[in-house]
Design a protein around this ligand. Structure first.
Ligand code: 8DG
Ligand code: MN
Ligand code: MN
Length: 366
């Protein structure tokens, strides 16, 4: 057949759907990336995340090591892992990590909402090995987020289904509409990319009237509380500064008004029932929900940023900086050559400014 087209080193130039034909390899790479993350080896961690991302974009599964020669972002270690898996069905380094007590424990501890690698490490060092150990330890002071992480552990460690995400989008949409009838709202994050399951539900909304967006978010939170479905709320007021240039970092969280919530979802709200027979009998489940409310003139940038994937966003920013001398983040796009901000009303405008072919949300699963 025709020679395969060259694969770009940038995820924003690779159309990546949710169909991953190389899941045996990418799962192995994710384990190693996570292990390096726990050991604060950020370079190696990113290298394996990049390698996984490249394989996710391929139209078929790798069947020989030769096929990797033309691919970008695959180092010697990654190729060795691929070779081992092709030959034996598994790789020694990956097996070693998976059976490592430290890795297993840090993975368990960070599965609690509000517990990051640093806290997990601290607990591990003090000899703790299970969630029961932590709850029983009188000397540990859990913060509010972690308390709720433990309280709702069973529910929020279980995947959220598309039907559940749709039900919550409808509920939030109606709440927003009751306050501001002409608001803009979209389901974003992994579900906008077409994923069947996610770890949370990400929703973006704003007012058509500039400057009213933060009030809307506050009113929505108040309403959710009144409806009796707000189980936990971490509200972060806007720290957005119009005059600031986009950050040089590829990872930056944004400065928009947002909140990280745990909401109560009733089984009766979900057409296909809850994603668990146990919760379905109970009649409700807890779900992690993120809401973000950017000013309307930044809506396109925020929507693009919150749609992800993280690897796709990272490479959009890297591409902008390295190939276009532009700075991109969730707030805007700055052209360093022209020394001016480039406005955008849609995501397509941003791809156009960057001279990139448009990628649909479902092609951004890098
Ligand atoms: P998942 O929930 O299905 O596991 O995957 P996801 O939807 O892709 O991941 P996510 O962790 O919910 O993040 C969705 C996008 O939101 C991701 O591209 C990162 C982006 N994001 C920002 N700013 C912020 C922020 O301040 N906090 C959080 N939590 N996410 C943010 O752009
Ligand atoms: Mn999400
Ligand atoms: Mn999220």
């Amino acid at each position: 057949g025709a020679p395969a087209a060259e694969v770009s080193q940038y995820a924003c130039q690779r159309r990546t759907t949710t169909d991953n034909y190389n899941v045996v390899f990418t799962d192995a790479f994710e384990v190693l990336a996570e292990c390096y993350e726990f050991n604060q080896m950020d370079g190696r961690c990113l290298a394996f995340r990049r390698a996984a991302s490249v394989l996710k974009s391929l139209p078929r599964g790798l069947s020989s090591l030769e096929e990797t020669h033309s691919l970008p972002c695959l180092g010697g270690h990654a190729k060795a892992i691929i070779g081992e898996i092709l030959q034996h069905g598994r790789a020694f380094d990956v097996e070693k990590v998976l059976s490592d007590e430290r890795y297993q424990t840090l993975k368990l501890f960070t599965s609690v909402y509000g517990v990051g690698p640093k806290t997990a490490e601290k607990w591990y060092r003090s000899g703790l090995r299970s969630l029961d150990h932590i709850l029983a330890d009188q000397s540990i002071q859990l913060n509010h987020m972690q308390q709720n992480g433990f309280l709702h552990y069973g529910d929020i460690s279980r995947a959220v289904s598309k039907a559940e995400a749709r039900a919550l989008t409808k509920a939030i949409g109606e709440t927003v509409q009751a306050i501001t009838p002409d608001a803009l709202l979209a389901l974003t994050g992994g579900f906008r990319r077409g994923k069947e399951f996610g770890h949370d539900v990400d929703i973006i909304f704003t007012t058509l009237e500039l400057g009213m967006e933060e009030n809307l978010l506050l009113a929505v939170i108040k309403s959710l509380e009144k409806q009796g479905i707000l189980l936990y709320c971490d509200y972060q007021a806007s720290t957005f500064d119009l005059t600031k240039l986009p950050t040089h970092s590829f990872e930056a969280m944004d400065h928009f008004a947002k909140c990280f919530l745990i909401l109560r979802l009733e089984a009766s709200q979900v057409e296909e029932g809850l994603n668990s027979p146990v919760e379905d009998i109970r009649g409700w489940r807890a779900v992690r929900v993120d809401l973000v409310s950017p000013p309307v003139d930044r809506y396109a940038f925020a929507l693009l940023g919150w749609t992800g994937s993280r690897q796709f966003e990272r490479d959009l920013r890297r591409f902008a900086r390295k190939e276009r001398r532009m700075l991109l983040d969730n707030h805007g796009l700055y052209d360093k050559t022209k020394e001016e901000f480039l406005a955008a009303g849609t995501e397509k405008d941003i791809f156009d400014h960057l001279g990139l072919e448009y990628m649909e949300p479902w092609q951004r699963n890098a």
